[in-house]
Every structure is written in structure tokens, then in C-alpha cells.
Design a binder for this molecule. Structure first.
Ligand SMILES: Cc1cc2nc3c(=O)[nH]c(=O)nc-3n(C[C@H](O)[C@H](O)[C@H](O)COP(=O)(O)O)c2cc1C
Ligand code: SF4
Length: 748
């Protein structure tokens, strides 16, 4: 190119020099100039053409460079999007769970799995009995799979045998506020129930329940629940098979959409009506709408989770496990309004507790109100309490279940050798005189400073409690992992933890109740909130008597326990003195609430000097979930190391105490009086048989033959000691690590 330009300029240069000499002689300078231009016009045209050509060339070259760069970017973007696509698998597979007795649901599951696989999506058919929801369900929240539940209903609305444990677990978890409505957040599911509408009142109960429970735990419905009816007269589509087919078609189309990453919203038929946030989209999906109309038996909720409050069905709202005190207040007011009941606060029939305790009965017994009103009964039942009579309750502790399955016992197993699978957690008084911030009942229990309710006899309470407890244990028969020998043992109660909810000592017949327990050779672990000193003094021997020491100063006690008594502090101090007067085993139970009471070491040590308990249990507070009744947050929960550090400092301040045991599993440590350390070995465990002999002799002698804590000790095993590698976990069992660490595993 440069050579070409060089040649042109040389030619132009030589021509211009020869012609110049001719023209200069004849014309004026301007004419000469124009003539010069005219004579060289060819060169000028050529130069202009060359210049134009050069510019054009440049332009083309630049475009070419841009294009290459652009296409590079484009290719890069394209390859990025394909790798993103890989990362954005919307449905990793479909898990089809079936609960089936005679095989219909199982057949549907197989059929559905084939069709899912035809879509290129992997499918797995799961027999519900082979799947432990306790261990695995939470994993489905992140697995990107879609879970399908095909479940049949049997007599009285019960699940099939293979779905029994699954349903039981779901029901309990959904009504236990410690799981909460975010536990299964992220789990996408669809449910189809199989039933027969001739079973009026129980039609498709299991399908409805499974759908509801999953939803209450935060699972996300991807579509409406389906209901198959074996009653051909009433079946929407003519048979259970046809009902399933209709539902399956919708499910597969929904699945296809999901696998493409399409979001699907409310069909427009949801109960939220006008308030639905998907209002604009209503009517957008006519197919789904038609399908819903097509099958009137389906519920109207589409793609929702319990977090979406707008789509809460009234019955689901009611069946939520957490009933805050405000809600209860409303429920109660409504019930009262409906009944026209006026609350009679000072009714003149109140008899002071100390007068009643064990002896005196009120003359107006039949005129008194029941402690547990129907509304409260409903709320407590929904939380899994089995109510007894009108003021008592029993519940199966999670450690009882854990030990039945060989997954370890509670801290009382570690510290004192109780057999958690043989422990009955109960209370003869659901009422309490405190409203503690960490009370895990969220204050749904009644409160009062004295007994002013109808009273049930101790014999009936114990009888009913034992029956109800045994029935709960029986439900564990055949559950995966349950050890047969533990199941058998579990049916015979050996320990009673009187610490369920409320204040057991408020029950005027508490002494009769304790004696009855011991006559059944059941040991007693009674926890009191340190507000009834006289009642503590009046107590008959207890295997182990506890006082909750929730704070060490008047101000922090008020803040944490929120006592009803105005003179709560003198009552508290006197209760500790009363405990110090006892001869049998006594315990202070300290609950550490970070930023609230952990700083008060000196004050705690003074309280310990006052009551001289045999043992001091220290545990970190457990977060029971959000509640308008409590301002406690996760930030108030101390780490295990923080609890250990506190306990070490406290033990150093106490002349006759040392750290004896640890139960890391529930963030709990035991400080014991050194009188339980014999020849360098700890004897914190209890000889239960010996206790029963001693208490029997005591009762037979009319209280003359007394006995003390040291008379019924047993040696602590090495694994239970502080500093042991096992950290308080019984090596006879297998430790199960919970994925959800926020769950309450602390025990009573
Ligand atoms: C003894 C018996 C009791 C039943 N009880 C109910 C019931 O209470 N409610 C209901 O909706 N269906 C009830 N059914 C109907 C079954 O749920 C229905 O037949 C279902 O299709 C069975 O599914 P499967 O073959 O997978 O076990 C009952 C069926 C039988 C045989
Ligand atoms: S935590 Fe309490 S109720 Fe549960 S097994 Fe242990 S002692 Fe019994």
C-alpha cells in the first residue's frame, strides 16, 4: 500500500516540474494557477479516489475488529449462560412417598414415577415406613426435589400401618412450636389422598392432615391437594383411579413448568380472595382454574406455605402450635362473651394454699371454676399435651423418645442415672405463679397465686397419667430404630418428672400424689419455682427436689420470671431456706440467659450459701422461638463453652462444691457438693431401689424413720464425669447429630 502511494507521488512530482516552465510565460498568476490545476486534474482525481478508498478501507477494518470482539463477548456470554443453566437445575428429582395398605397408593406411586421419568426427571418411590422424617425430611428443603405424598385413610381416619410413624412425627412436629413454621421451608410438595366418602367424618383425613402438617411446618405446596374417592357414586371422575389420573395430569404439567424454572402463582380461587398478592395474575392460568373446578374435592390453596399468612385457612391458623397469650386472651374473651361468663376475680371462695395443702378442702368445691377452660384445653391439646381431668397434664418428652430409639438419654440420665425411656413428664397443676420469659409453653397455661379451681383427686390423676403415658409409648411399637427391650421397659414407668408446665406444688394434694408415686415404685423429681416456701416445708420426702433459681438479684428475677406475687423476692429467699431444711436430695437449677443473668456470680454464690443444695445444675437457656410473650432471642443463648466458663468460675467461688458431670448434648453441667465425692470418686447417681425402701420405711413409721440424701447414692459412671471424652453421652447409645441446631433438645 505504501509503495503504491509512493509511485503516485513521484509521478505527480515529475510531471508538475516539466509543465511549470511552459505556463509561466503566457498567463496572469491566477490564470496560471487554475490552468495548473486543470492540467493536473487527473492526478487530483486519482489522489481523492485513493484517499476515499483508504478511508473506506479503514472503516471496514475497524468494523471487522469490533465484530470479532463482539462475537467473542457473545460466545463468552453464551458459555456463561450454559454453565449457569447447569447450576440452575430447578427440579433435581421427584420423591414419591406412599402410605398404602392394600396397594392402591403404592400402584399409583409406581405409575407416577414412570411418567415422571418419561419427562426426563428422575423419580424415586418411597415406602413411608422406610423413611425416617426425623432424620431426613429437613434435607428435602435443599435437595431441589419435589416430594409427592400419596396416602390412604383407614378406619377412624387413621393412616396405613406403613405411614403411621411418618404421620405421627409430622403431627407432633407441626404442633410443636419449637419446630416452627420455617422448619420445612424450601420443601416443595404435592399431596393426594385416597379414601372413600362413605366414611363420613373421616373422609380422606390422612391426605388432608399430611398436606396441612407439611404446610404448617413451612413446606410449599406446588399445587392443590387431590382427593381420590373409592365411592364411585360420589367420585368426581367416577373412580379413585380416574380421580388420580385427573390429578396426575395436572401434577405432570406443573412439574414440567417447575423444571423449566417457571413460577406458578395462585389460580385465583384462593381463600385470601381480595387480599391475595397474586390478584393480578388471577385468571392467567385458565387450565389450572378449570382443573380446580373440575375437582371440587380439592382444597383451594395453590402454591403456598404457612409463612404466607395471607393464605392461612382458619382451621390451620387455629391448629398452629403457638398460641400467644394475646391470642389466647382473644379466644378466652370470645368464649366468655359467647357464654356470657363474667370473670369473678375475688370470689370469696379462695382458700389459701397452705391451708389446703394435703388436708383442708373448700366447702364450696362444686361452685369453683375448672382451671382448664375449653379454649385452653384445645390450645394445650394442640401442643401435644394429654390433659388429665381439669388441671393436670402429661406429655411425652423428646428424650423419652430418643432413649427408646437408642439415641441417648437426657441430662438426668447422665447426672443421676434415670432411664429416660421410662420417665413420665407430668404435672398435677397446669397453673403457675410466674410468667417466665423462657417458659416454653409461651404462657398458654393459666396463672394464679393460689388454688381457686375445682380439684381432681390424686388417685385419678395418677391413674389417668399412667394410662395416657403408656398409650403414647405404645405408639412407638414398630417405629424404625426403636429398641424392642426399651419399648417393653418404657411401658412400665420408673420416674416421674413433675416439671412439665405450671407449678406442681400448687396442687393442694401434692403430698398424696407423691406418696402414690412412691407406692408404685416411681421416683419423683419435683421442680418448684421458689414462690411457695410453706408448701416446700410441708412436702413429704421427694427423690430429688428442685428449686428453679432463674436469677440472683431481685431486679433480674423480676425481669426473667415475671412473678405474679408482689412479695416475690422474700418468697424466693424463704423458698431457698426451706430447701436447705430438707434432708433428701436438693437441687438448684440455674438457667443462664446471656446478657441477663450471667454476670451475677457473686450474688449466685450467696444464694447457694443460703440453701446449701446438694447439687447445682447449670444450663444455657433454650430459645423457644419467637413469641410476643417473651423478648428472648437467640443472642441470649450462651454457647456451651460460655456455660462451662461460668460454671468453672462459680465452682471456684464455692468452698464445698466441684464440677462433677457434663451433658454437652443439652448444654448442661452439674456442680455437686463434695460430700458426694468419696475417695476421689463421684457418687451423684441414685440408688432408686434403696430410695423406695427408705421412703417406704419413712411412711410406715409415720415419718419417724428419717433418711438423708447420702443414704441412696450410687456411683457415677466414668463417661458421665466432667472432662470425659464422651461429654456425658452414654456410650451404650448412638449419638445422632441434629442438623437443625436451633431445635430445643434441652429436656425438662
Ligand atoms: C377397613 C377400611 C377402612 C377404611 N376407612 C376409611 C376412612 O375412614 N376414610 C376414608 O376416606 N377411606 C377409608 N377407607 C378407604 C381407603 O382409604 C381406600 O380404599 C384406599 O383406596 C385404600 O388405599 P390402599 O389400597 O393404598 O391401602 C377404608 C378402607 C378400608 C378397607
Ligand atoms: S428430660 Fe425430664 S421428662 Fe424428659 S426424660 Fe429427662 S427427666 Fe424425664
Amino acid at each position: 500500500m505504501l509503495a503504491f502511494f509512493g509511485v503516485i507521488f513521484l509521478c505527480v512530482g515529475s510531471l508538475s516540474t516539466s509543465e511549470n516552465t511552459v505556463s509561466q510565460d503566457v498567463h496572469s498568476p491566477t490564470e496560471n494557477y487554475l490552468l495548473w490545476m486543470w492540467q493536473r486534474r487527473l492526478y487530483i482525481y486519482s489522489a481523492a479516489a485513493l484517499l476515499f478508498g483508504f478511508c473506506f478501507f479503514l472503516q471496514v477494518a475497524r468494523r471487522k475488529i469490533n465484530y470479532t470482539e463482539e462475537s467473542k463477548v457473545h460466545i463468552a456470554a453464551k458459555s456463561n449462560s450454559s454453565s449457569e443453566k447447569d447450576a440452575h437445575v430447578h427440579v433435581s428429582g421427584v420423591k414419591i412417598f406412599y402410605g398404602s395398605q392394600t396397594g392402591t397408593a403404592k400402584g399409583f406411586a409406581t405409575e407416577l414415577s414412570e411418567e415422571v421419568e418419561n419427562l426426563g426427571i428422575s423419580a424415586e418411590v418411597i415406602d413411608m415406613k422406610d423413611y425416617d422424617p426425623d432424620d431426613r425430611l429437613v434435607d428435602e428443603c435443599v435437595s431441589k426435589s419435589v416430594c409427592v405424598f400419596l396416602v390412604a385413610t383407614y378406619t377412624d381416619g387413621q393412616p396405613t400401618e406403613n405411614a403411621e410413624w411418618f404421620c405421627k412425627w409430622l403431627e407432633e412436629a407441626s404442633t410443636d412450636f419449637r419446630y416452627g413454621n420455617k422448619f420445612l421451608k424450601g420443601l416443595r410438595y404435592a399431596a393426594f389422598g385416597l379414601g372413600n366418602s362413605v366414611y363420613v367424618g373421616h373422609y380422606n383425613t390422612v391426605g388432608k392432615n399430611v398436606d396441612k402438617w407439611l404446610w404448617m411446618l413451612g413446606g410449599k405446596r406446588i399445587m392443590s391437594r387431590g382427593e381420590g374417592d373409592c365411592n364411585v357414586v360420589k367420585s368426581r371422575n367416577g373412580s379413585v383411579q380416574a380421580d388420580f389420573l385427573a390429578w396426575k395430569v395436572k401434577f405432570l404439567s406443573r412439574l414440567k413448568a417447575l423444571s423449566k424454572g417457571e413460577k406458578k402463582s395462585c389460580s385465583g380461587n384462593c381463600k385470601s380472595g381480595g387480599s391475595c398478592k397474586n390478584k393480578k395474575k388471577h385468571g392467567a392460568d385458565e387450565e389450572e382454574k378449570a382443573a380446580v373446578q373440575d375437582n371440587g374435592s380439592e382444597v383451594d390453596l395453590i402454591e403456598s406455605s404457612s409463612e404466607d399468612e395471607e393464605s392461612v385457612l382458619p382451621d390451620e391458623k387455629i391448629s398452629r402450635s403457638v398460641v400467644d397469650v394475646e391470642d389466647l386472651g382473644n379466644i378466652m374473651t370470645n368464649v366468655k362473651k359467647a357464654k356470657g361468663v363474667k370473670e369473678d376475680r375475688v370470689d370469696g371462695q379462695v382458700v389459701k394454699l397452705s391451708k389446703l395443702n394435703g388436708v383442708t378442702k373448700t366447702e364450696h368445691e362444686e361452685e369453683r371454676r375448672e382451671m382448664v377452660t375449653p379454649a385452653l384445653r384445645e390450645a394445650l391439646s394442640k401442643q401435644g399435651y394429654k390433659l388429665i381431668g381439669s388441671h393436670s397434664g402429661v406429655k411425652l418428652c423428646r428424650w423419652t423418645k430418643s432413649m427408646l430409639r437408642g439415641r441417648g438419654g437426657c441430662y438426668k440420665h447422665t447426672f443421676y442415672g434415670i432411664e429416660s425411656h421410662r420417665c413420665m413428664e407430668t404435672t398435677p397443676s397446669l397453673a403457675c405463679a410466674n410468667k417466665c420469659v423462657f417458659c416454653w409453653r409461651h404462657h398458654t397455661n393459666p396463672v394464679g397465686t393460689e388454688w381457686r379451681w375445682k380439684m381432681d383427686p390424686a388417685e385419678e390423676i395418677l391413674q389417668d397419667a399412667l394410662e395416657k403415658h403408656q398409650n403414647m409409648i405404645r405408639q412407638f411399637r414398630g417405629v424404625p430404630g426403636v429398641k424392642p427391650e426399651r419399648y417393653e421397659e418404657g411401658l412400665s414407668v420408673k420416674h416421674c418428672a413433675l416439671s412439665l408446665v405450671g407449678e406442681p406444688i400448687m396442687y393442694p394434694e401434692i403430698n398424696t400424689f407423691l406418696r402414690l408415686l412412691h407406692s408404685h415404685r416411681i421416683s419423683s423429681f419435683l421442680v418448684t419455682n421458689a414462690q411457695f416456701p410453706e408448701e416446700i416445708r410441708n412436702l413429704v420426702p421427694v427423690t430429688q427436689l428442685y428449686v428453679s433459681v432463674d436469677a440472683s438479684t431481685k431486679d433480674s428475677l423480676k425481669k426473667i420470671d415475671r412473678p405474679l406475687f408482689k412479695d416475690f423476692w422474700p418468697r424466693f429467699i424463704d423458698s431457698l431456706r426451706a430447701l436447705g431444711e430438707k434432708r433428701q436430695r436438693t437441687v438448684y437449677r440455674l438457667t443462664l440467659v446471656k446478657a441477663w443473668n450471667v454476670e451475677e456470680l457473686q450474688a449466685y454464690s450467696e444464694l447457694i450459701a443460703l440453701g446449701q443444695p446438694d447439687f447445682i445444675e447449670v444450663k444455657g437457656v433454650t430459645y423457644c422461638g419467637e413469641s410476643s410473650a417473651s423478648s428472648l432471642t437467640m443472642a441470649n443463648v450462651p454457647w456451651h463453652q460460655e456455660v462451662v466458663a461460668f460454671v468453672q468460675q462459680l465452682a471456684d467461688m464455692l468452698p464445698h462444691y466441684e464440677i462433677a458431670c457434663e451433658h454437652e448434648h443439652s448444654n448442661c453441667l452439674l456442680i455437686a457438693h463434695t460430700k458426694f465425692k468419696v475417695n476421689g470418686e463421684w457418687w451423684t447417681w441414685i440408688n432408686y431401689d434403696r430410695f423406695q425402701e427408705l421412703v417406704q420405711a419413712h411412711d410406715d413409721s409415720g415419718g419417724q424413720q428419717s433418711f438423708s440424701a447420702l443414704d441412696y447414692v450410687a456411683k457415677t459412671p466414668s463417661w458421665a464425669l466432667f472432662g470425659a471424652n464422651e461429654q456425658g453421652f452414654d456410650p451404650a447409645d448412638t449419638r445422632f447429630q441434629r442438623r437443625n441446631k436451633t431445635k430445643d433438645i434441652s429436656g425438662c
